[in-house]
Design a protein around this ligand. Sequence first.
Ligand code: TYD
Ligand code: MG
Length: 455
Amino acid sequence: MAKAPKIQYQCSDCGASFPKWAGQCADCGAWNTLQEQVPAASKAAGGRFGGYAGDARSQSVRRLSDVAAERSERISTGLGELDRVLGGGLVLGSVALIGGDPGIGKSTLLIQAMALLAEQMPVLYVSGEESAEQISLRAQRLGLSGEQVQLLTETCVERIIGLTQQHAPRALVLDSIQTFYTEELQSAPGSVAQVRESAARLVRFAKQTGTSLFLVGHVTKEGALAGPRVLEHMVDTVLYFEGESGSQFRLIRAIKNRFGAVNELGVFAMTDKGLREVANPSAIFLSRHEEQVPGSAILVTREGTRPLLVEVQALVDQSPLGNPRRVALGLGQNRLSMLLAVLHRHGGIGMFDQDVFLNVVGGVRVTEPAADLAVLLAVLSSFRDRPLPNDLVTFGEVGLAGEVRPVPSGQERLREAAKHGFRRAIVPRANAPKKPIDGLEVVAVSRIGEAIEAL
Ligand code: TYD
Ligand code: MG
């Protein structure tokens, strides 16, 4: 007797599946995301296990040193900042996933990059979201010739692959992965199974033919790529758009890259002529105040391979609540709580009856602990209502024992600060330069007490 197909419940956020329904996904913790799924016929599953990294030819076991490592050639996309986040240019046969909020500029970036790439090689732009007229209108507005760019509006993966084989482009854009479907599966486009299977097919196709693939992915309200996280594992590079949509600047961060540094940041400005590169962004996020204001500290952070000066702002205010608020934008909330505890325990300054708000200007997200010292100084400055000197920069990690720990590339950060006219720096002792840097007075500290005193 044939068994009835077993019903499974799959999380629409992370793709984990369970035999029983529950209100919360046990894997990723999302609520109300489990959906009933009938597993697809085994044929589709066979394809899934076929692997997407290798090709169809049978492979043999070889010694690592015998494998002729072909130097993967880099192709410039014509947009320097995009090349930067890709790790120095486009690698043929690589797959990049580009995520971001709706309207942040994913389609704009890719149509611009394709128009430039088209001068070197055949490219194809597949859209499942916009009509050909819409895309053409946008290209005209952007002043792109579009003569070499091939366009296709189609959502069936099998037909896309068929047509792509005929035209043999070297670079292929799929905008967006949530709109495509494969005929193998019954579920609706955008469902976890469809997104995963469509992406797997396209990735396999790209690897077999050496086509560079750009997949566009939507982002959920919580900021994660919608659909299964498994997409992030299947691709070589994951790029995220960051930044506030209200701001003119658009940041692209590489959060995974098999061909280059992660956390590399590309900076663009959205103009009426599309995205323009900001080649020297180190100081664009400083809001130069006319006068010194309390609660503002300048941090030299390092994003990927270059230093960036950003302003950390804090507001400390008497709290009307029994449980004061700790709000951090662009920085970790837990990190803030930890730093306040360190400040109390090792600096003797308590803020248990104060609300503390923290913000990084310009919508930049700072992920490195080197921001700790700047956070402490900004909080302290607001608490005491005394501005920091406006020619002061700082960086350094703060430990639970109240020690100030060194951070990577201290010299480079200090030189960047000096270049932008900063005259004073409070840095970890181990980051103090051996040779003095022209025009920069460096105060080296090893405990937070010393940093507070140095003010
Ligand atoms: P778009 O690339 O369509 O976003 P996504 O594909 O990520 O959803 O971006 C559209 C936004 O960019 C829209 O809000 C208008 C703005 N924009 C400009 O400001 N200037 C331009 O030249 C273009 C083409 C778009
Ligand atoms: Mg779009």
